[in-house]
Design a protein around this ligand. Structure first.
Ligand SMILES: N[C@@H](CCC(=O)N[C@@H](CS)C(=O)NCC(=O)O)C(=O)O
Length: 361
């Protein structure tokens, strides 16, 4: 009797509050992966689970998303490691794109189509690389924009509880791991210990900048006043300076209606997750239409920031029937919109968006 051939599954470590994790979930949907192909494992960042010794053995950077994939043709017991971890969103999405195609015989029950999401020409590939690099650059970081997301005291009161709770959860976890190490309950390398100490000090710095965030201006101590001013300055630098430049550059690079033109590509799954996060941080909603979502984002960036309204879309409108025009719909030109508004409307219509972010109402 032959032993059943068990093929190990890929494992995606993710957090549903992490923008880049959601980009990978969108990619899984767009590529038509079945539930039997990838196991999803939650790593709760707000509880510092990404710093656990177990997770750091998988990804020493302690970041999600992380995709652990079995090596091909290495299902022999003598292999030291039969898995490899892909720890970068761009590489994970590229891997998922290549691993499921019409030609591939994967162990799947999914009959969904497997469209190629990577651009086919050199020119489009270069454009894809450039946009992906732009939205993964430091000034575009969803984490930075989450940490520094209030330019006045009223907004600070609203946003600081969730930011503080997140940071306190991380700090607690780091202290716990460091204490376990101190008590010799766990054995970790000097490198890991240093990693924890560095993360703890940056977390504490961020927490200090939110010190007294719940107090009204007149009740602040001198230190509290200074910390608040600095926090507002950092928010301004992040949104009004850094992100504004990224958004302006991005909207010049977009083709429309998708990032690279008429067809969805890998760029769009990165963009969808990133844009969704920015609009959410700006107080917008998944159910907003493109113009509403992007207007919220523009207002939240501050300093009178606006994007060029350079996307002209034609909507079909029924023209009166006549002998020269039997039934052909005429087209009406809508007022020009920012390209990002068109992209938002295009992405929110997709089943992948609705599955990952919730159905549009
Ligand atoms: N360059 C990495 C960044 C991933 C990343 O920073 N992920 C965030 C969540 S969106 C994270 O895991 N942060 C945890 C931490 O830095 O402690 C990528 O593109 O995959």
């Amino acid at each position: 009797m032959s032993t059943p051939h068990i093929i190990p599954k890929a494992v995606l470590y993710y957090d549903a509050r992490s923008a880049w994790s959601l980009a990978v979930l969108l990619a899984l949907e767009e590529k038509g992966y079945g539930k039997d192909e990838v196991d999803l494992k939650l790593v709760n960042l707000s509880k510092g689970e990404n710093f656990s010794p177990t997770f750091l053995r998988i990804n020493p950077k302690g970041t999600v998303p992380t995709l652990v994939v079995p090596f091909e043709n290495t299902l022999t017991p003598d292999m030291e490691s039969r898995y490899k971890a892909i720890t970068d969103t761009e590489a994970i999405i590229a891997f998922l794109d290549k691993s499921r195609s019409i030609m591939s015989h994967t162990h799947t029950t999914s009959a969904a189509p497997a469209p190629a999401l990577s651009p086919a020409t050199i020119e489009l590939s270069a454009m894809a690389k450039s946009i992906i690099a732009l939205i993964h650059s430091s000034p575009a970081s969803p984490e930075l924009l989450f940490y520094f997301n209030a330019g006045d005291s009223t907004t600070l009161k609203t946003v600081s509880p969730s930011v503080s709770a997140f940071l306190k959860g991380r700090k607690g976890a780091l202290e716990h791991y460091l204490a376990e190490d101190e008590a010799n309950e766990i054995r970790v390398s000097e490198k890991t210990k240093k990693f924890w100490l560095d993360k703890k000090s940056t977390t504490e710095e961020l927490l200090a900048s939110l010190d007294e965030a719940d107090k009204s201006e007149p009740d602040l101590s001198e230190g509290g006043k200074k910390a608040r001013e600095e926090y507002f300055e950092k928010t301004k630098a992040a949104w009004e300076v850094g992100l504004a430049l990224v958004l302006t550059k991005l909207s010049k690079e977009l083709v429309g209606p998708f990032a690279l033109g008429e067809q969805i590509s890998i760029v769009d799954v990165h963009l969808a997750a990133w844009l969704h996060e920015l609009v959410t941080l700006s107080g917008g909603d998944t159910r907003d239409n493109g113009i509403a979502a992007i207007s919220r984002l523009e207002a939240h960036v501050g300093g009178g920031f606006t994007l060029a309204k350079d996307a002209v879309t034609a909507v079909p409108a029924m023209a009166p029937r006549s002998s020269s025009n039997p039934a052909t719909p005429a087209t009406a030109i809508e007022p020009p919109k920012p390209k990002l508004a068109v992209l938002w409307d295009t992405l929110t219509e997709r089943p992948s968006w609705q599955k990952v972010f919730g159905v549009r109402g």
